[in-house]
Design a protein around this ligand. Structure first.
Ligand code: FMN
Length: 166
């Protein structure tokens, strides 16, 4: 057992890492019509009625000015086979769409071909969240596919194992 005060960013990051999440790629179109995307595990469902989801984006992200203005964004929940896609969209200083195709979805939002599930959203609102901004989206369209989800746990990619209730 490790108990620490959260006086360092690393200690807090380590504690946050004990919460297993899925992994998503979130995309939007910039004002010139170019696609941008970022790997994010901060995605969460928020409301059924109205249908809302949320995620948070670092204010230092190279994509920040695009998502801040975007009217729509798409959240692609990754499949367990897509660790390289997750790494690709987390890499700094690259044109992430140079080698990756996309098609227009709701509001022209760039859609990736491969994913486990996709939520096409209209930007509903944005809220300050410290060094991040919380983006809330109204879900306009969902797509689900068979397969298994990619997970992120304690800084590593993982896959899910189903447990039988006793
Ligand atoms: C598994 C994983 C999850 C991530 N989740 C988030 C997130 O929820 N929000 C965020 O702003 N950055 C997140 N990042 C970091 C971004 O993907 C990206 O690496 C970082 O923002 C630096 O690139 P950028 O400045 O081009 O955005 C995550 C990275 C990884 C590998």
């Amino acid at each position: 057992m490790t108990t620490q005060t959260t006086d360092t960013a690393q200690a807090l990051r380590n504690a946050f890492g004990h919460f297993a999440t899925g992994v998503t790629i979130i995309t939007a179109m910039d004002a010139q019509g170019a696609a941008v995307g970022v790997t994010a595990n901060s995605f969460s469902s928020l409301s059924l009625d109205p249908p809302l989801v949320l995620w948070s984006l670092a204010k230092t992200s190279s994509t920040y000015s695009v998502f801040e203005k975007a009217t729509h964004f798409a959240i692609h929940v990754l499949d367990a086979s897509q660790t390289s896609v997750a790494q690709h969209f987390a890499k700094r200083g690259t044109d992430r769409f140079a080698s990756i195709g996309h098609t227009p979805g709701t509001g022209g939002v760039p859609l990736l071909a491969d994913f486990h599930a996709c939520f096409e959203c209209e930007t509903h609102s944005m809220t300050d969240g410290g060094d991040h901004t919380i983006l809330i989206g109204r879900v306009m369209r969902t797509t689900e596919r068979p397969g298994e989800p990619l997970l992120f746990y304690r800084g590593q990619f993982a896959r899910a194992a189903t447990l039988t209730a006793e």
